[in-house]
Design a protein around this ligand. Structure first.
Ligand code: HAM
Length: 433
């Protein structure tokens, strides 16, 4: 029997669990500040929820099987279809815009590599019921505010942003026929990683003439101003450029403009995106995408629900964890114990005076531990130090009116004569974690 988990799956020992808790706590803290509500759905869903809507790549990565009731099911590889189904089912009664978030564990049978595992936790933040580009700016600002809350800056992380409508407008303007668009998307998606000749070949295969192919191959280098100067007056492009400019102005007012780069190579693999799309990457280019999302205005309707515009993003715990560790921004594992109670076995009522003290401290909300066997006082204190306790309460009923001695490194001992006074002091002196 192997002692290892399955490839691509993780054990969370307390140190790793503390890192995960730091990531989850930061996610929740920021997203709640933006007035999003938490929800969850089933980890197992009907297979067809994904085969219809998620797009080919995810479908090849599904953990799916037939259950004992002969149903074709899959472990959720992403949250968006579940979210769309849940909102769709109650669309009439929900206050719009819907602002919901979730922290699901997701499962994808991927090739395991740095930043990509077969399970991960993914913060999902989604908005439903608002078609205005202001909602797109609000959404991106959530993702970037999370980066800030982790201690990252615009020098560490870049949001690469594009717009499918704008891209489609450009392809229309270049007279590229619609059936060729998926091939163009694939080339753009791989533009940075694939040799230029191969990209050119793929475009030629898709039926693009030299002029159109050269234009597409140049998309990767276009900043917004250059793209606007070159194509902004074309009727197929103009409204989308205007909308994107508005989006950038909103992002600026929300204080996140510094983090953003217009980048037409951001296509997003998932089939349902319809508008502004984005991915967050570290500036060095060392890690996989930290986060990805965008607008998907047709998904709710196509799942049989209401016709409501929607947008959202997913941010995994794996890459953000790698990045925080690499930049020295992952906090050390916090100690689990704040107060260690000890009592010499040679004092009256040992060890029960210590146990009564610990019970009272715990009742006052303090994280309290003591040795689980009767030991010499020095041994007990040594165990407390090893556990990381910062405060020691030494109980000695033999000391008459003042049997509680509080010891903290670098401070004089403080003597307490009542348990109530000790508890009041302990709960207001930062010893509770
Ligand atoms: P996605 O781009 O497939 O989007 O995933 C979003 C993020 O989840 C990625 O940027 C990455 O951080 C993380 N991630 C994805 N796959 C793995 C993996 N195998 N191992 C570790 N981390 C991974 C979606 O899933 C969309 N449903 C997001 C969304 C929500 N769009 C709208 N709302």
């Amino acid at each position: 029997m192997s002692h290892k988990p399955l490839p691509g799956f993780r054990d969370f020992y307390p140190e790793q669990f503390a890192e995960r808790a730091h990531i989850f706590d930061t996610w929740r803290r920021v997203v709640r500040r933006y007035a999003f509500q938490e929800y969850d759905g089933p980890p197992l869903e009907p297979l067809e929820l994904y085969t219809q809507k998620s797009g080919e790549e995810i479908v090849t990565q599904l953990y799916n099987f037939v259950d004992k009731g002969e149903r074709a099911v899959a472990m959720r590889p992403e949250m968006t279809p579940t979210f769309a189904r849940m909102v769709g089912a109650k669309a009439q009664t929900l206050r719009k815009p819907v602002r919901w978030f979730s922290l699901p564990q997701l499962f994808r049978y991927e090739r395991t590599q740095k930043g990509r595992l077969r399970e991960h936790y993914q913060l999902n933040v989604d908005l439903v019921g608002e078609a205005d580009v202001l909602a797109d700016a609000e959404l991106l600002s959530v993702a970037l505010e999370i980066m800030r809350a982790f201690g990252l800056t615009a020098a560490d992380v870049r949001a690469r942003v594009s717009d499918r409508r704008l891209l489609n407008g450009l392809l229309t303007h270049l007279a590229i026929a619609e059936p060729a668009w998926p091939a163009v998307y694939t080339v753009l998606d791989k533009l940075e990683r694939q040799p230029r000749e191969l990209s050119a070949e793929k475009l030629a295969e898709a039926g693009l003439d030299d002029e159109a192919a050269t234009a597409v191959l140049g998309f990767g280098a276009l900043d917004f101003a250059t793209m606007r100067a070159r194509y902004g007056d074309a009727p197929a492009v103009q409204p989308h450029v205007a909308r994107f400019a508005e989006y950038l102005a909103h992002c600026d007012a929300l204080g996140v403009a510094d983090w953003i780069r217009f980048d037409l190579t951001i296509v997003r693999g998932l089939a349902y995106y319809t508008g502004i799309v984005f991915e967050l990457f570290d500036q060095v280019g060392e890690f996989r995408a930290i986060c990805g999302g965008g607008r998907y205005d047709n998904l709710l309707k196509s799942l049989g629900g209401a016709d409501l515009p929607a947008l959202g993003f997913g941010m995994g715990d794996v890459v953000i964890g790698e990045l925080l560790r690499a930049r020295g921004l992952m906090p050390p594992t916090p100690s689990t114990v704040a107060i260690w109670v000890a009592q010499s076995p040679d004092t009256p009522d040992a060890p029960h005076a210590a146990l009564r003290t610990a019970a009272a401290l715990r009742g006052a909300g303090c994280t309290t531990e003591f040795a689980l066997r009767v030991q010499k006082l020095d041994k007990q204190l040594e165990s407390g130090r090893k556990a990381g306790a910062g405060t020691f309460v030494i109980v000695d009923p033999g000391m008459g009116d003042a049997p509680w001695r509080v010891r903290r490194t670098g401070n004089d001992d403080v003597i307490f004569s009542s348990l109530d006074a000790l508890c009041a002091w302990a709960s207001s002196n930062g010893t509770v974690r």
